[in-house]
Design a protein around this ligand. Structure first.
Ligand code: GAL
Ligand code: MG
Length: 997
């Protein structure tokens, strides 16, 4: 007995019913189109079997039906529920069967077709429906299709009539296809891409495959075209560039097919740097279509992949379809904004992770110039957790489904010059069905490379692709010590979850150094948070926030762009690291710099160099150099013609260089900056003066409180607890708690694998300072308080022996020095610490911050390429990066002084040697605790962290840990800084005064 019949949406033998063969998306098509986007009638059901009788008929009563927007995902229109998992299926792994409870949406729309329309054929095209669907037209079944992120077309000519026509679509959330669509993303369903009708002429061109390649000189274009028509016709064609005809011809189809090949002479080749497009127009009389093509050739020569005979480096990003309000439903405008933003950030490649994007993404990449890895809509990651990862991947019964996903992608997208690799999918192990898919791809198109990361041995993949490979094995790959000699790409690295990634520079250095490594793609472009307004708060939800279980929580908040499209600091870092021009100082030559050209095809003549000498925050000289010429991969030396000058006392000077576009480009205005560099100048003149004297200081002691005071300043210490309690001036408290050691930071996502040990074994968030001694010496103009402390955390045998020295000067300055020696009397301790520094508290009214150090944006030791020394101003809140999932943020490195003020007065803090700074209105504890920004509790004080060292970010939420230099090891340290209460506005001049001790 058969226990269970396969339902249609569980039948892997049925790829489709009545669906047309996949074909290209024409760039222009003379066939009229009618959009079916808009409001449809909608009936939501818990299972397809519950469909009302006759639902496919026009006459069915719509009572109880709702309305829904097409396109949209129904979970964001109030049906079903939102659920996020990275790997897990939300049902037993029992392929091809899916749950009986199978959320279903019936969509209905009436359309009116006129007499003219009816004379031609009618094609109904769905650009994307998740996950499988049936279509009826005027009550008659028109077809069935699956694969969520590929189009399905049905010829409904025989089913439509003049006047009103009824279209019914029944969409199934779960289908056998779902087993192949287990990408790391929200589970969302419905008609989520455009729907349209095409009014196709009787003598139409059905498909046109255009290949623009190059002859062996790489100069002349060869155009290979094959066309399919509905009937035999005479075709005329022309190839144009900017309106000029380059080639043209005529031919007759035989068996409804025509092929031609033409050497079109010298052309301007397509590359991502030079996106030169040509337009092919093919006409069959009453039907005319256009395809844009570019001439370029992709090959593997000497173990490298090359575009037009040049080895290229991919500086890419992984791109998912995502919109904070609409889920997986995106628009042309949004996609265009993405592409423009990528180009503005020096990105030259996109991987469509992990499914084909909307058709227009490829048009945009052709036009703006981005290399694309197009990826089939295929992932069965959940099988990995069953211990039988190959289950369906190696099962020939599933072969057709695997092949279909690649073949339809290739047939749709092959005309796009931007696509350089076909990826067969993601995270689905390897086996028979991928071998077949690779073969099928090559049969259709052997002009691109085949990619699949899951082909771990690179058996059929043309490139050896890995993800999140640590630097050490990456270097071994680079040296051909691992897996043969195919060229390597990192299809994912630099996991941009929360604060991070750090260490991008080290990756880029390897990519640039080793021939085998041809770059990589950051994971990923967006944070997939879902916009929510609730109780007066606006925020972004992630997994678990809908009560969804099991979930991977905020693992979907892992992009370079925040959900509201705010670029994260990591995007600025990435831009700088991958910039096609590298600016370095020529050692020993004080005015000479070098520009290295990392473009693969362009020289630097389209760029200009702007330079200026910056005296902390003043520009003292500037100029521009417009003759840049270095050829690809070559370097050019440049003299910066500044006039020697005398340094003002106690001022730092920097030579700043900015490389900019001379002219407006498609994606940026004239003057758009490609890269910036800064070089400190060695012309510092330090002048120390005698410290001015104020009224004699008085010392009083009462109940453990030691007060040092004159008319300028009041400083209080606790002699029992051994700490600085407060610093006041003019009756107002500026510092409300003095320095105490801190080795903890609010856990960042990239610390997730450290957190357990750090917080539950080493208790770094539970510090304790014990007083060892307290003594003071009085002099008329300086009272020195010395405090000995032992610092440690709960139950730890490691700690620090701290000597604090406070000098209160009669002029009102307070100099703080901390010398600490580290001790370990046991064995156990963390491999490294988030930070070593002190925490202080400032009066909460002091909200105007200013600092001389790296900025403007937040920066960390392994992510500070795009942060330059300068004097910056901001509100305290403006220094924070508001990550969707609260965590340590807003750090600034190399700070020489900072101030916090209220517009009238300020507390200035000047470092003896640069320190790391965090200023925040939130405590570390409240950042740690909160799941969303609105849950963060405002602190009663401005929280000030001064760090001797602060660990880097790394990318360990998925990938490389902090690199060694970015790990703060337990160590002896010293730090010193001077506090001074001043009038607001005098920060810079006050900070320039240096005193003899
Ligand atoms: C990769 C996967 C991505 C994503 C990422 C983690 O393994 O291919 O889809 O899950 O990890 O964010
Ligand atoms: Mg996955």
């Amino acid at each position: 007995m058969v226990r269970r019949e396969r339902k249609r949406w569980e039948d892997i033998a049925v790829e489709q019913i009545g669906r047309r063969e996949a074909r290209t998306a024409f760039y222009r098509d003379s066939a009229p189109k009618m959009t079916l986007n808009g409001v449809w009638n909608f009936l939501y059901l818990e299972a397809p079997e519950l469909s009302p009788e006759g639902f496919m008929n026009k006459e069915i009563s719509k009572e109880g039906w709702d309305q829904i927007d097409v396109p949209s995902v129904w979970q964001l229109r109030g049906y079903d529920h939102m659920h996020y998992t990275d790997v897990l299926y939300l049902f037993p792994v029992n392929p091809p069967f899916v749950p009986t409870e199978n959320p279903t949406g019936i969509y209905k729309k009436t359309i009116v077709l006129d007499e003219n329309w009816i004379k031609n054929d009618t094609i109904l095209k769905f650009h994307g429906v998740d996950s499988a669907f049936d279509v009826w037209v005027n009550g008659v079944h028109a077809g069935y299709s699956k694969v969520s992120r590929l189009p399905s077309e049905f010829d409904i000519t025989e089913l439509v009539k003049e006047g009103e026509n009824d279209i019914t679509v029944r969409v199934y959330k779960w289908s056998d296809g779902t087993y192949l669509e287990d990408q790391d993303m929200w589970w969302m369903s419905g008609i989520f891409r455009d729907v349209e009708l095409i009014n196709e002429p009787k003598n139409s061109i059905l498909d046109c495959a255009v290949e623009g390649t190059l002859d062996d000189s790489y100069k002349n274009g060869i155009l290979n075209v094959s066309v399919k028509t509905k009937h035999n016709v005479t075709l005329t064609w022309k190839l144009e560039k900017d309106g000029q005809i380059i080639a043209e011809g005529e031919c007759r189809t035989e068996e409804k097919k025509a092929n031609w090949s033409e050497n079109v002479g010298e052309i301007r080749p397509w590359t991502a740097e030079t996106p030169e497009l040509y337009v092919l127009t093919v006409s069959a009389g009453e039907h005319e279509v256009q395809v844009r093509t570019g001439f370029r050739r992709i090959e593997i020569i000497d173990n490298n992949f090359r575009v037009n005979n040049t080895v290229i480096l991919l500086n890419g990003v992984n791109h998912h379809d995502y919109n904070p309000k609409e889920g997986r439903c995106v628009t042309y405008e949004q996609t265009k904004a993405d592409i423009v933003l990528m180009k503005q950030h020096n990105i030259n490649a996109v991987r469509c992770s992990h499914y084909p994007a909307n058709e227009y993404l490829y048009d945009l990449c052709d036009e703006y110039g981005l290399y694309v890895i197009d990826e089939a809509d295929l992932e069965c990651h959940g099988f990995e957790w069953t211990g039988n990862y190959k289950w369906i991947t190696d099962d020939p019964e599933w072969e057709k489904s695997y092949v279909d996903r690649s073949v339809r992608m290739v047939k749709r997208d092959r005309n796009h010059p931007c696509i350089i690799m076909w990826s067969m999918g993601n995270e689905s192990s390897f086996g028979h069905n991928f071998r077949s898919a690779a073969e099928a791809i090559r049969e259709l198109d052997d002009t691109r490379l085949v990619h699949y990361e899951g082909d771990f041995e690179a058996e059929v993949s043309d490139v050896y692709s890995t993800m999140y490979t640590r630097l050490k094995p990456l270097k071994e790959i680079a040296e051909y010590k691992i897996k043969g000699d195919k060229p390597h790409v990192m299809c994912e690295y630099g996991h941009a979850m929360g604060n991070g990634p750090g260490g991008l520079k080290e990756h880029q250095e390897l990519f640039r150094k080793y021939k085998r490594l041809q770059g990589g793609f950051i994971w990923e472009w967006y944070d997939h948070g879902i916009y929510t307004e609730e109780n007066g708060y606006e925020y972004y939800r992630y997994g678990g926030n809908y009560g969804d279980f099991p979930t991977n929580g905020n693992f979907c908040i892992d992009g370079l762009l925040m959900p509201d499209r705010t670029p994260s600091p990591a995007l600025a870092e990435y831009k700088q690291v991958i910039a096609p021009v590298e600016v370095t100082k020529v050692p020993g030559k004080y005015r000479e710099i070098q520009l290295k050209n990392y473009y693969d095809f362009r020289n630097l003549s389209h760029l200009e160099l702007r330079w200026w000498i910056q005296a902390e925050d003043q520009t003292v000289q500037e100029g521009r150099i417009t003759e840049l010429a270095a050829k690809p991969q070559e370097a050019q030396k440049i003299q910066i013609p500044y006039v020697p000058f005398e340094a003002e006392k106690n001022v730092d000077y920097y030579l700043n260089i900015s490389i900019c576009e001379k002219e407006k480009t498609l994606y940026a205005s004239a003057g758009h900056e490609i890269v910036r560099a800064q070089f400190p100048m060695e012309i510092h003149s330090e002048v120390l003066e005698e410290r001015p004297q104020g009224e004699a200081l008085k010392v009083t002691e009462k109940e453990g409180i030691l007060t040092v005071q004159n008319e300028k300043i009041t400083v209080q210490f606790h002699s029992v607890f051994g700490k600085l309690l407060s610093v006041s001036a003019d009756g107002r408290e500026f510092l409300t708690a003095g320095p105490e050691m801190s080795v903890y930071r609010a856990t960042i996502d990239n610390d997730m694998y450290k957190k357990e040990d750090w917080m539950n074994k080493y208790f770094i968030q539970k510090p304790c300072e014990q007083t060892e001694y307290f003594r003071y010496h009085e002099k008329e103009d300086c009272v020195t308080v010395e405090i000995g402390k032992y610092f440690g955390c709960y139950n730890q045998s490691w700690g620090f022996i701290c000597d604090y020295e406070y000098r209160v000067y009669s002029c009102g300055q307070v100099k703080v020095t901390l010398n600490a020696k580290t001790v370990q009397n046991g064995k156990e301790e963390p491999e490294f610490l988030p930070r070593i520094g002190v925490q202080m508290k400032g009066n909460r009214e002091l909200q105007n911050a200013m600092w001389y150090g790296r900025g403007f944006g937040e920066n960390y030791v392994d992510s500070k390429e795009a942060a330059f020394m300068g004097i910056y101003k901001s509100g305290v809140d403006g220094m924070m990066t508001n990550y969707v999932y609260p965590q340590e943020n807003g750090h600034r490195e190399d700070v020489k002084w900072f101030s916090i003020g209220d517009g009238k007065n300020a507390m200035l803090c000047m470092m003896e040697a640069p320190l790391g700074l965090n200023l925040s209105n939130y405590t570390d504890e409240s950042l740690e605790k909160a799941g969303h920004a609105w849950q963060m509790e405002k602190a009663e004080n401005v929280i000030i962290h001064l760090d001797y060292k602060h660990s880097g970010l790394g990318s360990n939420s998925c990938g490389e840990e902090q690199i060694e230099r970015a790990k703060v090891k337990r160590q002896d340290f010293s730090m010193a800084f001077t506090l001074q209460m001043i009038e607001a506005g005098t920060e810079k001049e006050t900070a320039k005064k240096k005193y003899l001790d």
